[in-house]
Structures are given as C-alpha cells and as structure tokens.
Design a protein around this ligand. Structure first.
Ligand code: PBG
Length: 387
C-alpha cells in the first residue's frame, strides 16, 4: 500500500487521485481534531477524497503503569505516536493529526511536521467539583483540597504558587476525567485540563477559571492548543497540501516553544511552562497585544490581526522543581521573521534559563525519575514472584 506519491486509481468516472488517509488516535477529541483537519483540506482541495483512520495506540491501552514510568527512555517516543508513525512510514497513512503538545521534539528520521494549524486556546483550565461553588478559583479552593492531574508541570507550578493544595494522579481521556471529578465519591475537588480540548468538545461551560501568567500564574505546555500534522519527508504532494492549511503565526510561536523544550531536553512530562504572545505591529508598538484576546466567557475576540512580520514575539518560560520550591523564569521579546528565527529565539531563552539554574532543577528531576522507575520495576518483579 506504500504511496510515496499520490496513486492514480482507475474508476468508472475516470482517473482519480487515491484518498488521503488521515491517521488519528481513536479518542473522541482526537477524532474531532482529525475532522477539523479534513475540513480544512477539503476547503483547499475539494476534489480530493479523504479517509479518517482511527488507531488505538499504546498510551490509550495501558492505563495502569504510571505515565512517568511509561514515558521513560525509548518508550517516550512511541507511547502516543509509535503505531501511527509506523503506518505513516509504510504508506498506510498519508498524514497523522496530533495534538502538537504530544509530539516529541525529535521525530523519526524520515518523518517531519508538515503543518501546524491555527492555535485554539493555549491555556490550562480549572474545573470544579459540582459540590463546590462554580465561581471557585485556585486561590479560593479550601485548604488541603485535592487537584486531579497527572501532569508534572501542572502540579509543580501549583505547588509553588498554592502550597495549600494537594495533588493526586488522574488519567484517562477528557470524558473519563470529567466523570471522575463528578463521581459522588470523587477524591478530587478540582481538575486541570487544557482549555483547547474542552472547547473542541463543546465542554467549555464546565470551566471555572482560565489559567495564565496573569490568572493563577500558570504557564501552559509547549505546543498546547495547536494541531501538528506529521508527514513523510519525501512526500512532495502532501507538503504542497500542508502549505495551504498551515498558520504562520502559530508555526512561529510553537517553533520557539519546541526549540526551547528541545534545548532543555525535556519530554512532555517535565515541568516546563511557556506562554507566547505577539505585540506591536500596525503602529501599535506600545502596549502588549496578546496572540488572542478573550472576552469574559473565555471566547477569542476576533479582530484584524496586524502582519506577523511587523510584530514581536513574546516568549515567557518557567522551569520549576517537582516540589515547587525552586524555579527559574524568563521572558524575551524579539522580531522573528521565520520559523527558523523563532527556533533560534527558543534556544536562546533556553540557554538563559540554564544560566539561571534550570539545568540543576532538571538534572535532579531526571535522577529522581530514574530512581522511581527502578523502584517500580523491583516492586513489579517482587509481586510477580520473579527476582
Ligand atoms: N496531555 C494530554 C493532552 N494532549 C493534548 C490535549 C488537549 C489539548 C491540546 O490540544 O493541547 C491533552 C489533554 C489535556 O492536557 O487536558
């Protein structure tokens, strides 16, 4: 089935290009995202046909092993993307739709990001147990309240800012996590999820507080809220199609974020938070202008955007220790005229964070992670009766 260039198929209607096979995880959210990409492609190429192919991946199958251990070492790459990437490499798929946040910063040799689409809300969101008042925020949660999250970044940042809160693991797709929050005997007072996923699923009415540097002091994950499309490097046909649906502003911002993460050598499970915005342009050189403005309901305010080349990218980044006691933070502002220049900015900000002590924080986390993995392995062996 390998199709490095579009295959021509003979039908009664004449010669036709083969359908574009779109790979996706099989969760509800993943399939909504795949349909959004299909729609964008259909708009640009109405004459092509499209096939959405949902695939069950390892990360969705294994719900027992703690995420941090699952994503150790070589597993880190394959957990959410491995099976789909094999199908892309073999030609069974032509593109894979990913949450950019779940994509490793280093891709397999023959694959690349073909396009990054316009970003949905990049922020994290706080959702409150139905037992608590809807207007509850991080700051007004009761002392000792338990927050459900499996994200080291989210827990570490919140430990730093809200030491009165406690944290417990919470896994599963968005629907499962909401059900666990709402359960009568739920151990959680609140959970934190990406606003983007909730908005895509039409569940944003559940959000009690949108979190950002100016609300709750939370920075989001690298690439959060954006979709990344993976293609084969040598697939010129797909490259051409991708160029019609990419978003330059999002591509530059996320390129800076991903280069920062790559330089700090962090996987998706390390406590690095970022926030990017664009400022200036159109004679608005004074005054910060967020990448998107949001009204009081959390909806993006549409306005004429200035030319991205007239603007400056603001990149803020935070590295925090797991206990929340140590952290380094930095913010840079720069004109970036291409994705490559944005990557350079990301690397430069990473170097400054390292100079400020980020390497020591990350080194300690890696040592602790290896120790925890070793301990877990020993426990498993002891349980199964082998030595
Ligand atoms: N960690 C899992 C994950 N990966 C991407 C999203 C959805 C948001 C996005 O597109 O970035 C989520 C869920 C969440 O963090 O709440």
């Amino acid at each position: 089935m390998a199709s490095m260039t579009p295959v021509e198929v003979n039908t009664s209607a004449g010669t036709q290009l083969a359908p574009v096979n779109i790979g996706t995880r099989n969760s509800v959210l993943a399939q909504i995202q795949a349909r959004a990409v299909e729609r964008a492609l259909k708009d640009a190429y109405p004459d092509r046909t499209y096939n959405i192919c949902p695939v069950v991946v390892q990360g969705d199958r294994d719900k027992i092993t703690p995420l941090q251990q699952l994503s150790q070492g070589e597993n880190a790459k394959s957990l959410w993307t491995g099976e789909l990437e094999s199908m892309l490499e073999s030609g069974d798929l032509d593109i894979i739709v990913h949450c950019l946040k779940d994509m490793p910063t280093q891709l397999p040799d023959h694959l690349e990001i073909g396009a990054i689409l316009e970003r949905e809300d990049a922020r994290d969101a706080l959702l409150i147990s139905p037992r608590l008042p809807k207007e509850t925020t991080l700051a007004t949660l009761p002392h000792g309240a338990t927050i459900g999250t499996s994200s080291v970044r989210r827990a570490a940042t919140l430990r730093k800012l809200f030491p009165h809160l406690t944290f417990a693991d919470l896994r599963g797709n968005v629907g499962t996590r909401l059900a666990k929050l709402d359960a009568e005997d739920s151990p959680y007072s609140a959970i934190i999820l990406a606003a983007a996923g909730l908005k895509r699923m039409g569940l944003d009415s559940r959000i009690s507080q949108y979190l950002s540097s100016t609300s709750g002091g939370m920075l989001h994950a690298v690439g959060q809220g954006a979709l990344g499309i993976e293609i084969r490097k040598n697939d010129e046909g797909m490259k051409e199609m991708m160029s019609k649906i990419r978003c330059e502003r999002t591509t530059r911002a996320c390129s800076a974020e991903r280069a920062l993460l790559r330089t700090l050598e962090g996987g998706c499970s390390v406590p690095i938070g970022v926030e990017t915005s664009w400022q200036g342009g159109k004679g608005l050189a004074i005054g910060v202008q967020p990448a998107k403005d949001y009204d009081k309901h959390g909806n993006a305010v549409e306005e004429d955007e200035p030319d991205v080349n007239d603007q400056e990218l603001v990149l803020r980044a935070l590295v925090v220790s797991v206990d929340g006691k140590e952290s380094v933070e930095y913010e840079a502002t720069r004109k970036v005229r291409s994705a490559e220049e944005a990557e350079e900015m990301g690397r430069d900000v990473a170097k400054i964070l390292i100079e400020k002590g980020a390497d020591k924080i990350l080194e300690k986390i890696n040592v602790e992670k290896q120790w925890a993995a070793k301990k877990q392995l020993e426990e498993l062996k002891a349980k199964s009766g082998t030595s």
